[in-house]
Design a protein around this ligand. Structure first.
Ligand code: 0L1
Ligand code: MG
Length: 262
């Protein structure tokens, strides 16, 4: 690691304050160009520690930048991982207050809810499917704390991978019998389709992203707990939203989930 404990704590406080006050910041690597991957995840873990200290609970975990579309959009080459606390949950058909966010975007995802914990290393698609209780359509609202969504991979990891809100809904669907690679999704904004894709856009199979998350957590001695909601990553590029927009994600055979921006 290149950063000391005090700097990690200061950067975590800075990024979390930007989140809580809905204001943006230049990317942190501008001031700390030498920070490494361990520093980036240490800052993210310190943000989580602060939230847990205020009584928040971890509800889910996420993989991000998992599709070639997203990687191309952001100019990066590998996925990133983050957490979601209880205040990130939007009820199905619920509202997101845009004033609480900086510059939100939405992305269509497949959510996994696990019946058994998943622990790496060596976690693979088969283990993920065996541990999955059901799948759901999910929309992630990302809201990078970095000005104009301009960041590098280390900065975005420290910023908990832009996590801010998410909704899941539709029909809880067993993974057995579903071909996740050809699973089709349509995301609508104000009734118009704005993004379409299939599961294979996420690392060939969204379950691969969950396996990678389990293997990543194993390097910190952690696992994906049973009951966690896991967002497997955007199937398409993210779409900007504003107050007044309604977003619906339809996933073939799994129904739909909706959220409204006010
Ligand atoms: O969930 C995601 O794919 C987002 C990862 C962070 C990058 C971004 O803000 O787009
Ligand atoms: Mg995402």
């Amino acid at each position: 690691m290149k950063l000391d404990t005090k700097t990690i704590a200061q950067l975590a406080e800075h990024l979390e304050t930007c989140q809580l006050e809905a204001r943006d910041t230049p990317k942190i690597t501008d001031q700390h160009p030498d920070m490494d991957w361990d520093d980036a995840y240490a800052i993210q873990r310190e943000i989580l520690r602060r939230k847990l200290g205020r009584g928040r609970r971890v509800i889910g975990l996420k993989a991000g930048l998992t599709s070639h579309a997203k990687m191309k959009q952001m100019g990066v080459t590998s996925p990133v991982f983050g957490f979601m606390t209880d205040d990130y949950v939007v009820p199905d058909c619920g509202e997101v207050k845009v004033a609480e966010l900086i510059h939100p975007k939405v992305e269509p995802e497949i959510a996994f809810v696990l019946k058994h914990p998943l622990r790496g290393p060596g976690c693979h698609v088969g283990a993920v499917l065996a541990a999955t209780e059901y799948l759901l359509p999910g929309v992630e609202v990302i809201d990078s704390r970095y000005r104009d969504f301009k960041f590098d991979l280390k900065s975005v990891i420290a910023d908990n991978t832009s996590a801010s809100r998410f909704v899941v809904g539709g029909v809880p669907t067993a993974a057995a019998g579903i071909d996740l690679t050809t699973l089709g999704v349509v995301m609508e904004k104000n009734g118009e389709p704005v993004a379409m894709g299939v599961g294979a856009a996420v690392l060939g199979n969204p379950a691969s992203a969950v396996a990678m998350l389990a293997n990543h957590l194993a390097s910190h001695g952690e696992e994906i707990p049973a009951g966690a909601v896991v967002l497997s990553g955007g199937i398409t590029e993210a779409v900007a939203v504003a107050a007044g927009d309604t977003v619906t994600l339809r996933v073939h055979g799994m129904g739909a989930t909706t959220l409204r921006f006010v």
